[in-house]
Design a protein around this ligand. Structure first.
Ligand SMILES: CC(C)[C@H](C(=O)O)[C@@H](O)C(=O)O
Ligand code: SF4
Length: 468
């Protein structure tokens, strides 16, 4: 048999049909659904009298529009548009008989945090969701694609997806990370190297010692941002950590089924002599704690750097850099560590898991946020919130002056009441920083949870290593 990459193996195992022009039909193991990209898809089924083909493999949860304040059970906390979308999901989940975690359920949260947490996401699966950050699930060695609303309807109706095969890219992070450097710094640094278009046409497999050393939470952070680098999906080969994370989860296989699954999961790695269309290697020791200065995730620099000038760039990027600097209200040459912030947001599907909250709490313990800073921690799910409370992390956040919220996408994007106002500058642990992402005129600097916590204390972008 010819050698295969992990992507090739999962692809081949799910290929239902291949047409002469290379268009393929893939079988889908898990379909995750949220309230933003599903209403028209369910409407499409209704209009044509179709049902959901595999309700047992279809899992829905509202996340983008839900308020995160304690009074959110009161519908008046939502805008009209949000309420319509959430109520539509409530109704569609009931009418079509799919798995559902409503706002009132402690298991509710961001779809990409709930899937793995409940054991829906497992190695070797194909996972889709009408959401670009479905890439997150690749951390389990699952082929996880974001899809559009018409594809959501197609998967609901047929449990298959029309796809063309992508190329294989290997991104290897060798050796160890230095202290203060996290999964978020890895994934942002990779985009700093490849650019936001570098992954276009590829599925990326992340590997190397620094990736192996990451927890499952960290691996999810890395794969989460594969899409920000333009890739179709991100993948990490499953290993003992993956199996241990999955074992005993509510929807993971049990007993003999677990053993059978393990037989397949253990074959899920890229063969030694597999062919790669592109290989990128980064030394773990070369990665620093990074922040973004501009309005694209590729605008990444170590926290010790200065704000660049437009003339540092070439071609079309010159104008883009100037526009970014103007929008961000930044002056070239200023040290990044001198940039003052107004707001801190710790959360999102990139960094809203328990380990992220632990990392932020470790920096904040016994300290207070700077006066005048608005700071919030938004756990990625109700279960993350409960665990953080049990571990005493919520007390650390509250004593430091943070708001301790309920689960949702929150300030990651401006679709719910948690938003920046014009000109407000935010240290954010999310994954996108384009103009208006967190609210019209809002300015976003992306970074790790530990870096965001450090910024809350000083009121500026801060090198977390000075606080360790
Ligand atoms: C609303 C949704 C379609 C969108 C996505 O696909 O990523 C959102 O989750 C985001 O992060 O911008
Ligand atoms: S947390 Fe942000 S990136 Fe993740 S799904 Fe929600 S809006 Fe998208």
């Amino acid at each position: 048999m010819s050698p295969k990459t992990l992507y090739d193996k999962i692809w081949d195992a799910h290929l239902a049909h291949e047409a002469d022009d290379g268009t393929c039909l893939l079988y889908i193991d898990r379909h995750l659904v949220h309230e933003v990209t599903s209403p028209q898809a369910f409407e499409g089924l209704r209009m044509t009298g179709r049902t959901v083909r595999a309700p047992d493999k279809t899992i829905a949860v509202p996340d983008h529009n839900v308020p995160t304040t304690l009074d959110r059970a009161n519908a008046a906390t939502m805008t009209e548009d949000s309420r319509i979308q959430v109520e539509a999901l409530d109704k569609n989940a009931k009418d079509f008989g799919i798995h559902y975690y409503p706002v009132s359920d402690v298991r509710q949260g961001i779809v990409h945090i709930v899937g793995p947490e409940q054991g829906w996401t497992l190695p070797g699966m194909t996972v889709v969701c009408g959401d670009s950050h479905t890439a997150t699930h690749g951390a389990f060695g699952a082929l996880a694609h974001g899809i559009g609303t018409s594809e959501v309807e197609h998967v609901l109706a047929t449990q298959t997806l029309i796809q063309k095969k992508s190329k294989n890219m290997k991104v290897e992070i060798t050796g160890k990370l230095r202290p203060g450097v996290t999964a978020k710094d890895i994934t942002m640094s990779v985009i700093g190297v490849t650019g936001t278009a570098g992954g276009t046409g590829y599925v990326i497999e992340y590997c190397g010692e620094a990736i192996r050393d990451l927890s499952m939470e960290g691996r999810m952070t890395v794969c989460n941002m594969a899409i920000e680098g333009g890739a179709r999906a991100g993948l990490i080969a499953p290993d003992e950590k993956t199996f241990e994370y999955c074992m005993g989860r509510p929807h993971a296989p049990k007993g003999a089924q677990w053993e059978a699954a393990m037989d397949w999961w253990k074959t899920l790695y890229s063969d030694d002599d597999a062919a790669w269309d592109e290989v990128i290697t980064i030394k773990g020791e070369d990665i620093a704690p990074v922040v973004t200065w501009g309005t694209s995730p590729e605008d990444v620099l170590p926290i010790t750097a200065n704000i660049p000038s437009a003339s540092d760039f070439k071609g079309g990027k010159v104008e883009a850099a100037q526009r970014s600097l103007d929008y961000m209200g930044l002056t070239a040459g200023t040290p990044l560590a001198d940039v003052e912030i107004d707001t801190v947001f710790i959360g999102s599907c990139t960094n809203g898991r328990i380990e992220d909250l632990r990392a932020a709490a470790a920096i904040l313990k016994g300290k207070k946020k700077k006066d005048g800073i608005r700071a919030m921690v938004v756990p990625g799910s109700g279960l993350v919130r409960a665990q953080a409370e049990e571990e005493g992390l919520s007390d650390i956040f509250i004593e430091a002056g943070f708001e301790w919220r309920l689960a949702g996408c929150s300030m990651c994007l401006a679709m719910n009441p948690d938003q920046l106002s014009a000109g407000e500058r935010c240290a954010a642990t999310s994954n996108r920083n384009f103009e208006g992402r967190q609210g019209r005129g809002g300015r976003t600097h992306l970074m790790s949870p530990a870096m965001a916590a450090a910024a809350a204390i000083t009121g500026k972008l801060t090198d977390v290593r000075e606080m360790m």
